[in-house]
Design a protein around this ligand. Structure first.
Ligand SMILES: *Cc1c(COP(=O)(O)O)cnc(C)c1O
Length: 391
């Protein structure tokens, strides 16, 4: 089998137990895919939470080089970091507008997304005192999280003459159930947001995250905001994955042992072996975001009898057996023939052979949480596969 990671696995031991191979070529390709699906609307990139855990600098640099000119982050601090790597882009800060943060936004040239009437008051006061600076307005169309109401938005839009100090360049809202294409709330939200966009005619409008882009042109408006799809996660529960894997997580085998039928594995003696087994003990655990809820079949956690996550090695799917612990996880390699594996070899936790979303589902969660939980013990290797350059 052709192993794309051989160079990576042969890297000298640098003391890290686990590795993330992050393919920036795939990231750029995924952005081009989402841009194509968004067209003729423009396509931004959501890079909050350290670029969904993959690293703000490499993610922003790669997407900026690919032509992305609009970025969304969560905090003003993230915005400052993004700004260093995307000097010409617009950077929107989605949930930052705490009192006192206005000078920060001005000096780093960030665009705050105002999400309540208090935010509007704080920001317009600052603009009246210090001069106009662009902002964005978020309107709530069903999430009940961030955003002014549709009525408040209408009042702010006035008859086209906005209140003093209020210079929006973007009006946006966020989908509640975009990943469920048949959910009636999608239609309700797009209708409400169409009204809002009309009130702010001449100002760009943005509604769709990754999932929304797949719902079709009605949902695109002028600017789309994909996040998870850029990083290779599945955007919709209905359709297949439209983008390609970006991250491969690998854990080293620390030791291989044999155990007899009837013995148990890991804490709580929760997994009882039903056959004589070969076990690969890997240096990966919940401290690395390989969650305890991914523990193997038969392990009862939170009252739930899980199937557990599966790794992949030498063409074989290898299940986690017993409880995932802080630093170590045991995989059942009985079905991998002979003595092909040895300590120091790696097991793929997720990547091209093990979908990110399947591993997340094994822990009752989503790819987003898995990516943003990866933690600092991985050695991160950035590579650029030779993928298609244009679309
Ligand atoms: C995180 C976020 C996005 C990106 O969502 P994905 O589902 O990752 O594509 C878009 N818009 C807002 C407001 C967000 O908070």
């Amino acid at each position: 089998m052709n192993n794309p990671f051989s160079a990576f696995e042969q890297a000298e031991d640098d003391g890290f137990g686990a590795r993330l191979l992050i393919d920036l070529g795939a990231l750029a390709d995924n952005w081009r895919t989402m841009r194509h699906l968004s067209s003729p609307a423009r396509c931004s990139a959501v890079v909050k939470a350290d670029g969904y855990g993959l690293g703000m600098e490499p993610v922003v640099t790669t997407l900026h080089d690919a032509g992305c000119m609009d970025f969304f982050v969560a905090t003003a601090h993230e915005g400052v970091v993004a700004r260093e790597h995307a000097p010409e882009a617009r950077i929107f800060v989605m949930n930052c507008l705490l009192p006192g943060i206005e000078p920060f936004c001005r000096s780093a040239d960030l665009i705050p997304v105002l999400a309540s009437m208090e935010h509007v008051a704080i920001w317009t006061a600052s603009c009246i005192a210090n001069g106009d600076h662009p902002c964005a307005l978020q309107v709530d169309t069903g999430m009940n999280r961030l955003g002014v109401t549709v009525e408040e938005a209408a009042a702010l839009a006035g008859d086209g003459t906005h209140p003093e100090g209020f210079s929006p360049v973007l009006v946006m809202s966020h989908l509640v159930c975009g990943d469920e294409p048949d959910h009636p709330l999608n239609r309700t939200q797009v209708e409400q947001f169409t009204q809002v966009a009309k009130l702010f005619s001449g100002i760009e409008a943005s509604l769709s995250n990754s999932a929304g882009i797949l719902l079709g042109e009605d949902f695109h408006f002028e600017l789309t905001r994909p996040g998870i799809a850029l990083y290779g996660g599945r955007a919709s529960t209905e359709s297949g994955n439209v983008t390609i894997p970006v991250v491969t997580a690998l854990a080293h085998i620390v030791t291989i042992r044999t155990a007899a039928a009837g013995e148990t594995v890991s804490y709580g003696a929760a997994a009882k072996l039903h056959r004589d087994s070969r076990l690969a003990v890997c240096a990966i655990g919940y401290a690395d975001g390989y969650m305890r809820a991914m523990s193997g079949a038969g392990t009862i956690l939170r009252g739930r009898n899980t199937d557990g996550a599966k790794g992949f090695v030498l063409g074989h799917s290898v299940p986690v057996i017993g409880r995932v612990t802080m630093d170590l996880t045991v995989f059942d390699i009985t079905d991998v023939p002979g003595n092909l594996l040895k300590p120091g070899d790696s097991i793929e936790l997720f990547g091209p052979n093990v979908p990110l979303d399947d591993v997340a589902a094994a822990a009752d969660t989503i790819g987003y949480e898995l990516l943003t939980s990866l933690g600092s013990r991985y050695r991160r290797h950035y590579v650029r596969s030779a993928t298609g350059q244009s679309r």
